[in-house]
Design a protein around this ligand. Sequence first.
Ligand SMILES: Cc1cc2nc3c(=O)[nH]c(=O)nc-3n(C[C@H](O)[C@H](O)[C@H](O)COP(=O)(O)OP(=O)(O)OC[C@H]3O[C@@H](n4cnc5c(N)ncnc54)[C@H](O)[C@@H]3O)c2cc1C
Length: 396
Amino acid sequence: MDFSFTKKEEEYRRTLRIWLEENLPEGWIEGKRDLPENEEEQAQFLRDWQKKMNDGGWVAIAWPEKYGGQSASVIEEIIYHQEMVRAGAPHLINYIGIHMVGPTLMDIGTEEQREKFIPKILNAEEVWCQGYSEPNAGSDLSALKTSAVKQGDKWIINGQKVWTSYGHLADRCFLLARTSNLEKKHKGITVFLVDMKQPGVEVRPIIQMNGKHDFNEVYFNDAVAYDEEIVGEIDEGWKVMINLMLHERTGIGAQIFTLEKQFSDLVLLTNELKENGQPLIKDPFTRQKMVELYTRCRGVLLTYYRNITTSMKRGYPGAESSMDKLMSSELTKDLFEFAVSIQGHQGVLWKEDALANPFWQLDYLSSFGVTIGGGTSEVQRNTIGERLLGLPKDLR
Ligand SMILES: Cc1cc2nc3c(=O)[nH]c(=O)nc-3n(C[C@H](O)[C@H](O)[C@H](O)COP(=O)(O)OP(=O)(O)OC[C@H]3O[C@@H](n4cnc5c(N)ncnc54)[C@H](O)[C@@H]3O)c2cc1C
């Protein structure tokens, strides 16, 4: 494996770096990176930022040029993630639209759907959410009960979704609904592109334990969708869902570049915190733990590179992305747990009372969710066991 970048690739990095320096929001480069506290102002700030990124051609670089991308190579994507993390750039609000819905519409959607939705995904005019999980259908999605029944030229949707990230901001939902009970559980499910701003859709916030509001319960009470808003075949939504999830897990794998930055921040924290007048990094236990975390960070990165190489050779992403998802999310949790634990009893203080940057406490609480969203660690282990190691199937 060759880890060095070519001249052309380094030039690509330089172009993006210069663009970011010239276009990041005011004060960002100098380190003033606070997003507006007010939910609506924050959403508008992030929509404006994504629009600016799109005007520069930097939103969905891997997409074909025909659809507003750069047809970027996998290596260019890696460089892109590295540079975005290095600059601490604000995140793209339409994560689900860019990483999941857009690629799925390109693979399976109709040309009309691509023309209608893709430009608005890119410029954040329409933010998307993903309506998969229900109270009794998370890991076992095929148990979903939300129904869509055809009445005249409309589909009438009833049911409840839960943990819907971005639901409170979303204009559209990529929704799975049951359209038939006659066949096996995996059959009889259809994917709809549902308008979230219609009267039959009610969004109720779920506030997380760190006080943030990232996801919601969503209720559909006689909400309406039309034939042209169906992706793929009626009753064959399972295939569409699998396609989208492959894109989702590949996107999550790129979390590794954020992990590298978090490890560097942890090094700074261990220098900042003192014990008996000495920086904590001089303490043998801390050093040993830091080496362990660093080794795991490198392991995750190299595994990610190896998996990407396999995907490039094969031409599409496979079950390896479960390794990236599992390893990076578990490591994120352990890294934040350590960052909080080295603050001793003051680790329980947060917000304005925190000893160090309260980011550590806030994100420690979020890190549990990272091991659940997009498929739990247990489910990833099953995928790795069955599909990569060839172990017998789990009892179901
Ligand atoms: C941060 C976050 C964001 C999310 N965003 C979205 C979103 O935008 N849209 C959306 O639709 N959903 C979203 N989800 C929901 C997420 O996809 C589900 O929480 C997840 O699939 C697990 O489902 P569940 O919560 O119903 O748990 P369950 O499936 O009930 O699992 C409970 C426990 O049993 C274990 N388990 C279940 N089945 C097996 C098995 N076969 N083998 C071994 N162990 C098993 C699980 O690992 C878990 O520990 C999000 C969740 C989080 C935490």
